[in-house]
Ligand binder design. Structure first.
Ligand SMILES: [Zn+2]
Length: 215
């Protein structure tokens, strides 16, 4: 009988994307705005690469460690941390990951104070891995220097972990949902249009993963 695979099993040179928490954003019954970001994990056991994309807020520390434990990981096993942009719910736990290279917006820092300079352009992504392909690409607009992570998943589909480039799936038809939070709506609209051409799935900053329907 074939044993069931767990999230801790090595499954070859593949990248698998796990959403550790779906982000959200809404007003509660008292009119207070409540929001927290989507947290995603890319695992490639054969390459010993574990990429955490967005780290939640400072109050998510215990939650985050517990979620990593479910994947048989400690914070020291995380090799790369990507903060899609500098808002507090996305970068609240960076200092849990002192063994990782940190990519926050366009800053790339490893081993304490060592910066890597990189000219972020769509035709010049910051490549975390070649095979399977894991790229950090510039997707500005929500802020001036947002990045997203593009993963070629094991099923040959392109998964884009997009931060707040997309608020949630509903913002495809209700643009107020993303425009109200945008520093540069015109630039963000162009970033959104571009990625929808090649992404098969989008993991948005404050909603559930959704499939891109090609027109
Ligand atoms: Zn944001």
């Amino acid at each position: 009988m074939r044993a069931l695979m767990t999230s801790c099993d090595v499954i070859g040179t593949m990248a698998d994307v796990f959403v550790l928490r779906d982000g959200y954003g809404h007003e509660d019954e008292t009119g207070t705005y409540r929001a927290n970001c989507t947290i995603s994990l890319i695992k490639c056991p054969a390459m010993k690469i574990n990429v955490l994309v967005d780290t939640g807020s400072p109050w998510d520390r215990d939650f985050l460690v517990a979620k990593l434990t479910e994947h048989c990981l400690t914070p020291d096993d995380v090799t790369h941390v990507v903060g899609t942009h500098g808002h507090v719910d996305h970068i609240g736990n960076l200092n849990l990951f002192t063994s990782a290279t940190h990519i926050v917006s366009h800053d790339i820092v490893s081993r304490g104070d060592r910066y890597t300079l990189h000219d972020f352009r769509l035709d010049n992504p910051y490549r975390i891995a070649e095979s399977p392909r894991i790229d950090v690409i510039p997707t500005p607009g929500h802020t001036g220097r947002d990045v997203s992570v593009l993963v070629r998943a094991h099923d040959e589909e392109n998964v884009l972990i997009a931060g707040d480039l997309f608020e949630n799936e509903r913002d495809l038809t209700d643009e107020k949902l993303w425009k109200d939070n945008s520093e540069c709506p015109e630039i963000q609209a162009e970033s959104r249009r571009r990625v929808l051409e090649f992404a098969d799935w989008i993991i948005p900053g404050h909603g559930r993963k959704f499939r891109v329907v090609k027109k």
